[in-house]
Design a protein around this ligand. Structure first.
Ligand code: 5GP
Ligand code: ZN
Length: 112
């Protein structure tokens, strides 16, 4: 989709530090990390958010498994957190579905 930052990253039009890629998804480091490890896992298909993924159940499963594989490959054996923000109240700032993988330290017990 035009004017979507993550679609541009997927196409290589905006540089990113890629940690994993396959035919369905890409994982890259967040430009403004909120933990020692902060990776974004995104579908190559433009889907706005989890709320708009009614036709993409299989892809959602793949994205979740990719988070686990990326976490394993980055050495997060002691645990990590996977988050997806949805919409305005969820503070979603990029309207292309993405899962945050956060780890590398003991994370806050608070979720909100
Ligand atoms: P959201 O707030 O939508 O859940 O998360 C969007 C995330 O994308 C933020 O953590 C932000 O730092 C990250 N981000 C925004 N623009 C870019 C970019 O151009 N490159 C990378 N690697 N991350 C970005
Ligand atoms: Zn997009």
């Amino acid at each position: 989709m035009e004017d979507c930052i993550f679609c541009k990253i997927i196409k290589g039009e905006i540089p990113s530090k890629t940690v994993y890629e396959d035919e369905d998804c890409k994982a890259f480091c967040d430009v403004n990390p909120q933990a020692p490890v902060h990776v974004l896992v995104v579908p190559k298909k433009h889907v706005q958010s989890l709320a708009k993924a009614a036709d993409d159940e299989k892809l959602l499963g793949k994205l979740m498994r990719t988070c686990a594989l990326v976490a394993e490959s980055l050495g997060l054996a002691d645990g990590y957190r996977v988050v997806t923000n949805v919409g305005e109240n969820g503070c979603q700032s990029v309207l292309h579905l993405h899962l945050h993988v956060l780890g590398g330290k003991k994370l806050s017990e608070r979720m909100s």
